[in-house]
Design a protein around this ligand. Structure first.
Ligand code: SF4
Length: 248
């Protein structure tokens, strides 16, 4: 995927600084420029000026006198969309998907005022609410877009980031626990979690499960367990069945 040269600028009125934006585009020639606080309605956005400079692809979410965001691009968009946050119709978000599949979100997050206390300062409360609302969606999209994590792992990471993590026991862990007789049924995720929580210090739980997962993937494999290489063979009730095709 080719690199994209991206610039972002809180312009605080695009009409007041329209020429400045033009000079910036000529001098630095980003592929994409994200603007925040454009403070203008869509119909009064100086689109023609930037189109003449090659920024023919534009996604604008304006608002009279306040807020507003815009994305100027030399690269074509596949789609554009805008979200609302905190039940307000103010213009604080615009996203585009480029033809390459890259997704870009342009946010104008509430400034929050001077007093960093949501009880004393409604603007700060709004900022916190906005961040809370935007984070799960943008984090989830980012983690999913990386393409290296399964939905279950994205979910776990999201829970960690939100401070609400509960361990999801992996299938290789469940398989190993079943074969060494600590749980009755192979696909019992809740039983496996209970056993682990009973056996292992909470601080070591994630690391322990990670090791068991690795063991299940590399040694105690579903169809052909490598019992000859297994460090816990002495504990195992399943080893006698080795070579008979496993239990799944
Ligand atoms: S002895 Fe074989 S079946 Fe038992 S835990 Fe080890 S690898 Fe798995």
């Amino acid at each position: 995927m080719p690199a994209i040269k991206l610039a972002t600028w809180n312009i605080n009125s695009v009409r007041l600084r329209s020429r400045l934006v033009g000079r910036f585009l000529k001098k630095h020639a980003p592929d994409v420029l994200c603007l925040q606080e454009i403070k203008v309605t869509d119909d009064l956005f100086p689109a023609a000026r930037y189109r003449a400079l090659g920024y023919v692809h534009q996604a604008v979410k304006g608002q009279k006198g306040y807020h507003g965001v815009a994305i100027l691009s030399r690269l074509p968009f596949r789609t554009t969309s805008a979200l609302s946050f905190c039940g307000k119709e103010d213009s604080r978000h615009m996203s585009v998907v480029f033809e390459s599949g890259v997704e870009l979100h342009n946010f104008y997050v509430p400034a929050g005022g001077d007093i960093p206390d949501p009880k004393l300062n409604p603007k700060f409360a709004h900022k916190l609410d906005f961040l809370r609302e935007m984070e799960p969606d943008s984090r989830r999209r980012l983690l999913t877009a990386l393409g290296v994590l399964s939905p279950a792992h994205v979910q776990i990471l999201m829970q960690c980031l939100n401070g609400t993590a509960t361990m999801l026991v992996s299938q290789p862990t469940i398989r190993t626990l079943s074969r060494i007789g600590l749980i009755d049924r192979v696909h019992s995720e809740s039983a496996a979690r209970k056993v682990l929580e009973k056996l292992v210090d909470p601080e070591d739980l994630w690391a322990f499960q990670s090791l068991l997962t690795q063991h299940g993937e590399e040694i105690c494999q579903s169809k052909s367990p490598r019992c000859g290489d297994c460090a816990i063979v002495a504990l195992c009730k399943f080893k006698r069945k080795v070579g008979t095709g496993g239990d799944e």
